[in-house]
Ligand binder design. Structure first.
Ligand code: HPA
Length: 251
């Protein structure tokens, strides 16, 4: 079963033939909302809205541990994370779809591991490649098959939010090597790795990052909403194609 975590702009999968919803409890508390189970192209899919179904949970208050735990314990063989991002690079325009390959984590104070507490042995995970190589390849192949152009490599900077960045912070992220910026990519990716479940991200550029291009003097939230609405349709099409291909993580 493939699991999809939807972010801003993707609070439901329109093409999901829903069978039921489950409110799940975990040792880490409650997930962002009920997990919705159903089928796409006859294959099982689970969906969870990261910010809750009323979009009420801000990035720094998402219970990432409960979300990932719930999806993995209910049998997710792969997790696709959908999120909006700001673009630091001038050639990545609002509306573009990006499949990042690396992460820089600037978040702080989030519960970011399952391996803590007095009874837990010190445990490390390899995170050299934070996204699953095969799952990324499947997303890129699916996008190619449906004729949707995607940028197949980008360094994702995970910031704390909920405020957007300053122009100087964006300059710093660029110097660090980041291409796009978002607030929810971490610790989600690391938790999935701790659970041993393949995880990849597909991001929609909602805006130029602070101080860049038409965000030179500020970021327009109205423009962001319009862009997301249109481009999340592309994301749905790509995910549907990936599931229809019958890739191993989608069975
Ligand atoms: N910064 C951080 N997160 C975001 C942005 C941004 O500019 N746009 C969408 N998510």
């Amino acid at each position: 079963m493939l699991a999809v975590i939807g972010g801003s702009g993707l609070t439901q999968l329109a093409n999901l033939d829903v069978s039921h919803r489950e409110v799940l409890r975990t040792p880490y508390g409650e997930p962002s909302g009920a997990v919705i189970f159903g089928q796409i192209c006859g294959r099982p899919v689970a969906f969870l809205a990261r910010h809750g179904y009323g979009h009420t949970i801000p990035p720094h208050e998402v219970n990432y541990r409960a979300n990932i735990w719930a999806l993995c314990k209910r049998g997710a063989l792969g997790i696709i994370s959908v999120a909006s991002v700001g673009s630091i690079r001038s050639d990545l325009k609002p509306g573009d779809v990006v499949i990042p390959h690396q992460i820089i984590d600037y978040t702080w104070g989030r519960k970011s591991t399952y391996h803590e507490g007095q009874e837990c042995k010190v445990t490390h995970i390899d995170f050299t490649e934070p996204y699953d190589r095969l799952l990324r390849a499947q997303l890129i192949a699916a996008a190619g098959e449906v004729g949707i152009a995607v940028s197949s490599s980008a360094v994702y900077a995970a910031t704390q939010g909920p405020r957007l960045e300053t122009a100087a912070e964006i300059n710093r992220l660029e110097r660090d090597g980041a291409d796009v910026v978002g607030m929810t990519g971490m610790p989600e990716a690391a938790l999935a790795r701790e659970m041993g479940v393949p995880y990849a991200a597909i991001s929609v550029v909602a805006n130029y990052a602070a101080g860049r291009a038409d965000s030179r003097d500020g970021i327009s939230f109205e423009t962001i909403q319009g862009v997301l609405h249109e481009s999340m349709g592309h994301v749905r099409t790509i995910i549907e194609r990936m599931i229809d291909r019958g890739d191993p993580n989608c069975s």
